[in-house]
Design a protein around this ligand. Structure first.
Ligand code: KG4
Ligand code: ZN
Length: 345
């Protein structure tokens, strides 16, 4: 079965073709970073319009790259949520319409399920069950995963998502959008011994997160340490490092707790923040020490992409899932309301 995947939930147009026998055949991404850069963040209306411009040309491109005539596509998968509703509707409308025109089935994909399953595209794919840490711009979730669609939320964020905390703190440090990768780069030249930020909600039981206090801590630290005779550039780098240390440490503590609580021995991390080198290294080092295995997607599939949507859609279409002719974008869509796939587990 050959599936065309369409991702337009936020600021990236991602298109891919996944073949259930041959694997990933083609994948293309158009990033809107340049479009939103002047505004310091994603402007939803501009995002939607850009998806309108880019989706069909990218679909033509991946079909050509895969050497796959449109008639060889057996199904279409598109992200239906969660995300920006206008952006989602572009992918939903194009995906559903093409499926109708080509007379093939269509399926809605949950964006975070796409992230969660992305490590299964790799050669050393994790077996079920596993604990997944999903860390993106909009979500911070710890999920017990028994199979495809069998998701129990163990922990959630009470305020900012991990990626959002990176982005907001980056902005406070004067860094350009998108802030996460920029802050991570700045942290490389920071002194880890100069400041120590709190590890929020780690000294009480439970698996929920709260990251919004860290950005206040960053502002206060900045204010207390800038003056005429100070090296502001170095202070910014030191704050970036202390902030990143705190986020990574907090995520690590909660992951270990989740593994202990569930008795599971495999940890998957996915979503944009899983591209963070320090987070990957720290989890890897701990895994070795404590005897659990950790799995990530390749860097290009940590952030938004069409491959994860084509793949999740292929699993669901293969299991017989389909939607009717109506479609809708869902800005909010809890991951634990998805259907379990019969043959998973
Ligand atoms: O998964 P994603 O591409 O989009 C959403 O579904 O939100 O995640 C984007 C988020 C942004 O907040 C971005 O700053 C963050 O992931 N991010 C990073 C890194 N790369 C992306 N955060 C920290 N370090 C990185 N290297
Ligand atoms: Zn995402």
């Amino acid at each position: 079965m050959r599936i065309l995947g369409i991702e337009t939930s936020c600021d990236e147009t991602g298109i891919a073709i996944y073949d259930t026998e041959q694997g990933l055949l083609a994948d293309a991404l158009h990033s809107q970073v340049a479009l939103h850069a002047d505004y310091g963040g994603v402007v939803p209306e501009l995002a939607s319009r850009d998806h309108v411009r880019k989706t069909l040309p990218l679909i033509r491109q991946v079909l050509a790259d895969a050497g796959c005539p449109a008639g060889d596509i057996n199904g279409i998968a598109f992200t239906a949520g969660p995300g920006l509703v206008g952006a989602l509707l572009v992918g939903c409308a194009i995906g559903r319409s093409l499926a109708w025109a080509w007379n093939v089935p269509a399926v809605e994909v949950h964006h975070m399920e796409g992230h969660l399953l992305a490590p299964l595209l790799e050669d050393d794919a994790p077996a079920f069950p596993f604990v997944a840490l999903l860390v993106s711009g909009g979500h911070t979730l710890l999920v017990a995963v028994k199979g495809v669609g069998e998701y129990e939320i163990l922990g959630d964020t009470l305020d900012d998502a991990a990626g959002e905390a990176f982005d907001k703190t980056a902005k406070l440090l004067g860094l350009d959008y998108p802030g996460g990768p920029a802050l991570a780069r700045l942290a490389e030249s920071g002194d880890p011994a100069r400041f120590r930020f709190p590890r929020p909600m780690t000294n009480r039981p439970g698996l929920d997160f709260s990251f919004s206090g860290l950005k206040t801590f960053a502002v206060n630290t900045m204010n207390e340490n800038t003056g005429e005779n100070t090296d502001t550039a170095q202070t910014r780098a030191d704050i970036a490092r202390a902030f990143q240390d705190a986020v990574v440490d907090t995520l690590l503590i909660k992951c270990r707790r989740a593994l202990k609580q569930t008795g599971m021995q495999r940890l998957v991390i996915a979503g944009g923040v899983s591209a963070n080198r320090q987070l990957r290294d720290s989890l890897q080092a701990n895994a070795k020490k404590e005897g659990f295995d950790v799995f990530y997607p390749r860097l290009a599939f940590c952030t938004d992409n069409g491959a994860m949507i084509a793949f999740a859609g292929a699993l669901r279409l293969s299991a017989g899932e389909r939607i009717g002719l109506a479609f809708d974008g869902r800005p909010r869509w809890p991951i634990d309301t998805l259907n379990a796939l019969a043959q998973s587990g």
